[in-house]
Design a protein around this ligand. Structure first.
Ligand SMILES: Nc1ncnc2c1ncn2[C@@H]1O[C@H](COP(=O)(O)OP(=O)(O)OP(=O)(O)O)[C@@H](O)[C@H]1O
Ligand SMILES: [Mg+2]
Length: 262
């Protein structure tokens, strides 16, 4: 997946100011950066959901030339927030992925996908009555149902995930990130927006750091997660350490938290 010099406007405001981006199949590519830096906007542009000037290619195809069903067969998108206006059951939501994605409909996929996100048996529950984290995992099951096989006829499929673990407990964060890792290991491409820098350091093969509508830095986790990034992009003086015996960076924000009144 490649984006060259893309600009995105919302009304008269320019949100992305010439972003170039690359993600490789077989890898987990993370996008990090502060609130409002343009991560979701970039993901929406990469998925073809919003218009962008410049060029975006997916498996060598200019996404502007792809029909909606061709795009749907190549990539699944988990939005940061999903609103469901009608009283759908969980199964009805997950089956939406089946309808939009695969040519060969496979009726057992929704149940497999639900089991994958640890929601086996939730099929007939009302979506609106689920907890926030459960709803987010149902949405992921919908996306997985759409792009179940990571490759199709030598072409990678893509998972575009906007903060997939933001509302999940620690165990389910690993469930979901391991699903993303498996998808990449099977030859698919994964682009994931993250806020948790420690999880990003553990999972991402490469990282793009966004700031104010630009890509501020790109590289491996060790290349981009450093004290300078914390200061320049997040505006905080927070030292980055490495996990004992490894090169994996980690952040312990202890110094940022005020002590309780004694
Ligand atoms: N439809 C829109 N109309 C006007 N401004 C918008 C629109 N969508 C996004 N923006 C603005 O563009 C900027 C980038 O938004 P975006 O949602 O991409 O940020 P983000 O990096 O995903 O932030 P967060 O971490 O909070 O999810 C923000 O300043 C936001 O207010
Ligand atoms: Mg966002």
């Amino acid at each position: 997946m490649k984006a060259e010099n893309i600009h995105v406007h919302m009304g008269r405001k320019e949100i992305l100011h010439g972003v170039s981006f690359r993600a490789t199949p077989g890898e987990v590519t993370a996008i990090i950066g502060p609130n409002g830096s343009g991560k979701s906007t970039l993901l929406k542009a990469l998925s073809g959901e919003i218009q962008a000037s410049g060029s975006i290619t997916l498996n060598g195809h200019d996404i502007a030339t792809l029909k909606p069903w061709e795009l749907a067969a190549m990539r699944g998108v988990l939005p940061q927030q999903s609103t469901v206006a009608f009283p759908f059951t969980v199964l009805e939501i997950v089956r939406l992925g089946l309808a939009s994605g695969l040519a060969a409909a496979n009726d057992s996929l929704p149940a497999h996908a639900l089991a994958h996100v640890d929601l086996a048996g939730f099929e007939n529950r009302s979506y609106q009555n689920l907890s926030g984290g459960e709803q987010q995992r149902v949405q992921l099951a919908r996306v997985l149902t759409q792009v179940w096989e990571a490759r199709e006829q030598d072409q990678p499929r893509w998972l575009l995930l906007d903060e997939p673990v933001a509302s999940l407990d620690i165990a389910h964060q690993f469930t979901v990130l391991n699903i993303a890792r498996d998808f990449a290991n099977q030859g698919g491409g994964v682009v994931v927006v993250m806020h948790d820098l420690n999880l990003t350091a553990m999972f991402a093969d490469s990282v793009h750091v966004m700031s104010e509508g630009h890509i501020w830095a790109s590289g491996t986790v060790s290349d981009v997660l450093n004290n300078n990034t914390m200061k320049q992009v997040y505006g905080i003086d927070l030292p980055i350490s490495t996990l004992p015996g490894t090169e994996i960076p980690f952040v312990l924000p202890q110094a940022m938290v005020q002590a309780p009144n004694s």
